[in-house]
Ligand binder design. Structure first.
Ligand SMILES: Nc1ncnc2c1ncn2[C@@H]1O[C@H](COP(=O)(O)OP(=O)(O)OP(=O)(O)O)[C@@H](O)[C@H]1O
Length: 308
């Protein structure tokens, strides 16, 4: 339905934020996962026709929306990372204003705004000015505005930033429900935001698409390469030098380390089943993530520790 073909984005000054990314999106939730600065927002802005790619195409149902963006914009919901509001308006007024801009009739706008405020749990707060909202509440207003026109394509950039754990869970469930019959593209640098809801995951770093697959496919990649051990203080330091560490928990008996090693590390390390956090760290620290222009500086290949 939505397709990016060899998309690159180079900003003025020469920063290459997106580097030859191709991907095809159908109904369902695609989680775009990558560290800060990976190029997720730039890629999403290109996909949402907010910015033009330096090279490549964006096709929506076969139409080139770089030259004809209206074909996508008419059915697009987009939540940018830096979503701004008018602080003196209430959430209800703000959404009604945006509904009018989108061309909804006053009557259907009233009904839709009411529905959406309820969906994002802001019915009560919807009567207060946005200037008094918390970051999480503003994020929820952002989601509501993206859904105003009942879009077939929903692009949400770090939608869970600033939300508390309960709100995160609500959002995940909501986005997963929405993805049943539409394209949802969600970016995040937090694996747990997508691991329970994305049927499809794309991992990006340094503007490049490093992996794409279902959670099961990605998990298979690191099967047999994730280990756990309990280390004393000096061992823990050495392990962090040597391996990519995916988890570290201090216990009374020492530090429990979970780490990646393609070959059996020896000692009393036991092999454990991988999770998506392990996959993510393996991919962004793997050889494919290294910057060919600065060898050895991209987080190592298991030689440098990464903790979370
Ligand atoms: N308008 C711009 N002009 C110049 N450089 C930019 C611009 N926007 C982004 N960049 C740079 O492009 C790279 C990718 O940024 P982008 O915001 O797309 O990444 P991201 O994965 O969304 O990261 P974050 O989660 O931190 O926003 C970064 O190095 C960033 O500094």
């Amino acid at each position: 339905m939505l397709e990016l073909v060899d998309v690159s984005k180079v900003y003025k000054g020469g920063k290459r934020a997106v580097d030859g990314v191709s991907m095809r999106l159908g109904p369902g939730l695609l989680g775009l996962l990558g560290p800060n600065g990976a190029g997720k927002s730039s890629l999403m802005r290109v996909a949402a026709t907010v910015t033009r790619p330096t090279r490549g195409k964006v096709l929506f149902e076969g139409t080139d929306v770089v030259s004809r963006p209206d074909a996508l914009r008419a059915t697009l919901g987009y939540l940018p990372q830096d979503f701004g509001v008018y602080p003196h308006l209430t959430a209800g007024e703000f959404l009604s204003y945006l509904a009018a801009v989108k061309g909804l009739s006053a009557r259907s706008a009233r009904a839709r705004v009411g529905e959406l405020l309820e969906l994002v749990n802001l019915t009560e707060a919807g009567r207060r000015p946005l200037g008094a909202y918390s970051g999480g509440m503003l994020r929820r207003v952002g989601i509501a505005q993206a859904l105003l026109g009942d879009p077939r394509v929903l692009i949400v950039d770090e939608p869970t930033a600033g939300l508390d754990p309960e709100e995160r869970v609500r959002f995940r469930t909501m986005l997963s429900d929405l993805a049943a019959d539409r394209v949802v593209l969600l970016s995040t640098h937090i694996v747990s935001d997508i691991e329970s809801v994305a049927s499809d995951i794309a991992i990006v770093a340094r503007g490049r698409l490093l992996r794409r697959g279902s959670p099961e496919e990605l998990l298979r990649e690191v099967d047999g390469q994730v280990w756990e051990t309990i280390a004393g203080p000096s061992d823990a330091v050495a392990m962090r030098e040597r391996y990519v560490i995916s988890r570290m928990i201090r216990t009374a008996g020492g530090t429990r380390l979970r780490f990646l090693s393609p070959a059996p590390p020896g000692g009393d390390a036991v092999r454990v089943a991988p999770d998506l956090e392990d996959v993510y760290l393996a991919v962004i620290n793997g050889p494919a993530a290294r910057d060919p222009r600065a060898p050895g500086t991209a987080g190592g290949t298991g030689e440098r520790a990464v903790t979370r």
